[in-house]
Write a protein that binds this ligand. Structure first.
Ligand code: SAM
Length: 339
């Protein structure tokens, strides 16, 4: 019997953050001047991550995505991929901003990584600087180029913000088609870390579809029964497929089978959850797989999170967690728990 939560949702998908460090300072994720970082001793070792994943696999997880922070900043990451590639997983993927991808695409592929999600919010170098505070757009584009020659399956994820990059819907789709990558537009979310979030800056899914229909013709929603993927997928008249992740205006908590582990081993059952379960200590003191599984099982079976749906009900919605609280509780940051 699969492990299900209090609302009947199975635990299938795990996002594993391998570092909280990032080499970009994206406006929607890390806009502050300073952050509190995890110390190196706090990080789970690769062997500890591997043992934890064995426990999760035993509980029904069959999809693992490595994330962060920027996962490629974690030293020797391909070694972790090599360990995880041996597990009985349906999907092993990585999310990256592509800053280091030119160097790492080949070692990751060799290590057994199957899929890549690359975050790319703009095709303009000046805008990239405005969005990320780094002047490295060319480096990102070379990284994506290198990966697209090696990986069959790449998704390009773009957070769309009104007035910042919402005039790039068509050009991002064209660029995706040129390298054989599927583009996914992500609604700007008011998650922890998005301290400058305002509802005016969100471009809702409905508007994205309308704008693309005005440009390309009829946009048809793909029927994908049983899919628990966060993106709803659409097809354009020329056959191009793209996705929209509408967590802000039309969330999909009822299908959510995802959990997250921070780089220091805290288990979160929702992106909006404020309370996590620390697993590093039991793993580090050598608790048996059964004992660790029991802790996770207890947490998951009690899970009632509907974080994104509850946010929709909030009137006068503003940033979810104020900066002062984030400073006190850095685990509430998106870059700590892994997007
Ligand atoms: N550094 C990697 C990257 O850039 O893909 C992985 C970590 S990043 C936190 C993972 C994803 O979270 C990225 O696609 C990013 O765009 C998304 N993200 C972060 N903050 C967000 C927000 N406020 N709203 C929507 N997506 C967000």
């Amino acid at each position: 019997m699969p492990l299900v939560d209090a609302l009947g949702r199975p635990l299938r998908s795990l996002r594993v953050s391998v570092t909280d460090r990032c080499n970009l300072r994206c406006e929607y994720c890390m806009p502050e001047a300073e952050y509190a970082w995890l110390s190196r001793d706090d990080l789970l070792h690769f062997e500890e991550i591997s043992r934890l994943i064995d426990v999760f696999v035993g509980l029904g997880v069959d999809k693992v995505r490595l994330t962060g922070g920027e996962p490629l900043l974690r030293r020797n990451l391909p070694q972790l991929v090599e360990l995880l590639a041996l597990k009985p997983l349906k999907d092993l993927a990585l999310t990256t901003n592509a800053m280091l991808l030119e160097e790492f695409a080949a070692p990751l592929k060799l290590a057994g990584l199957r899929r890549l999600n690359v975050s790319l919010d703009t095709l303009h170098a000046d805008r990239f600087f405005q969005l990320t505070r780094q002047n490295d757009h060319a480096r990102v584009m070379s990284g994506i180029g290198a990966a697209s020659r090696l990986f069959d399956s790449i998704k390009l994820d773009a957070v769309i913000m009104r007035g910042l990059n919402d005039d790039e819907l068509e050009s991002l789709l064209d660029y995706g088609a040129s390298i054989g990558a599927e583009v996914r537009f992500i609604e700007y979310m008011d998650v922890g870390g998005a301290t400058r979030w305002t509802s005016d800056t969100v471009v809702p899914r409905r508007e994205i579809v309308e704008r693309l229909a005005a440009c390309f013709g009829v946009v048809t929603a793909l029927e994908e029964p049983g899919s628990t993927a966060p993106a709803d997928r659409y097809v354009l008249p020329d056959g191009r497929i793209f996705g929209i992740i509408s967590s802000t205006t039309e969330p999909f908590c009822q299908d959510c089978d995802r959990a997250r582990i921070t780089a220091d081993g805290v288990f979160f059952t929702c992106l909006y959850a404020t309370d996590g379960l620390a697993l590093r200590e039991p793993i580090r003191r050598g608790a048996s797989p059964e004992a660790v599984a029991a802790l996770i099982e207890e947490r998951w079976t009690a899970r009632r999170d509907r974080g994104a749906e509850e946010r929709v009900e909030v009137r006068d919605r503003a940033a979810y967690i104020p900066v002062a609280t984030l400073r006190e509780h850095p685990h509430l940051e998106m870059h700590k728990r892994g997007g």
